[in-house]
Design a protein around this ligand. Structure first.
Ligand SMILES: [Fe+2]
Ligand SMILES: [Fe+2]
Length: 224
């Protein structure tokens, strides 16, 4: 992807500018792209479908961060932070999967939407170096996940709410990890252009992923 050249910014200000731009763009989106289930009250089937998605997503995070480490993470700050993050995501998978089972659901036989595979399994797993990987997932992805948790909280059963409450502090750490890696390593115009490109591509894929959830639950509603 060709990225227009831009003057280099102080890395902290560069990061803050990206986060502010993401927040603005998100506020302009259609409800179905801005949040899972377009902020409306959810039926039990819709909640189950989100918990399945979330359990699956947490498991994929373990896998793609593991793939980053296997591909090579040279920065010692990133190596230590991402190693902790893998443990967190594995715990989140376990928590959501148990919650799913408690609600009477299972991931057995469940299939992700193609948009979720392109976004989570393919795009987040990709990236030429730590900066590109973390830009996509620990900026756009983790901020998006945090916003999704906030929007789901009032619309899910108490047992799911308790899981979200346990998970959210870890996601804050993952966001902070992305911020510190960008501040420390996005110090050239080229690095900042690559970060920017990954952030915005992840944002497009996230919207497509949320729209795919909307399509899936509309089909469930039609069946009901
Ligand atoms: Fe997580
Ligand atoms: Fe996370």
């Amino acid at each position: 992807m060709t990225v227009p050249s831009a003057p280099i910014e102080e890395p902290g200000a560069f990061y803050q500018g990206l986060v502010a731009a993401l927040r603005e763009r998100r506020a302009e989106l259609e409800p179905g792209e801005r949040s899972f289930g377009a902020d409306r009250p959810l039926t039990r089937a819709e909640v189950l479908e989100w918990v399945k998605f979330q359990a699956w997503y947490e498991l994929q995070a373990v896998r793609f961060i593991g793939a980053w480490l296997a591909a090579g993470t040279d920065e010692d700050d990133a190596l230590q932070g991402l190693t902790r993050q893998i443990g967190d995501e594995a715990r989140h998978y376990r928590l959501f999967n148990r919650n799913l089972e408690g609600l009477g659901g299972t991931l057995q036989g469940w299939r992700p939407e193609p948009e979720w595979v392109a976004w989570v399994c393919e795009f987040y797993a990709s990236g030429d170096d730590t900066l590109e990987r973390v830009a996509a997932h620990n900026i756009t992805g983790e901020l998006g996940a945090f916003q999704a948790f906030e929007s789901m909280m009032p619309r899910v059963p108490a047992s799911t709410r308790r899981v979200i409450e346990k998970v959210m502090p870890d996601e804050k750490f993952h966001i902070a990890l992305g911020r510190s890696i960008v501040r420390r390593h996005a110090t050239t115009a080229d690095a900042q252009a690559r970060v920017r490109a990954r952030v915005w591509r992840a944002f497009e894929l996230e919207q497509a992923g949320r729209a795919a959830y909307e399509r899936r639950v509309s089909a469930l509603r039609d069946v009901a």
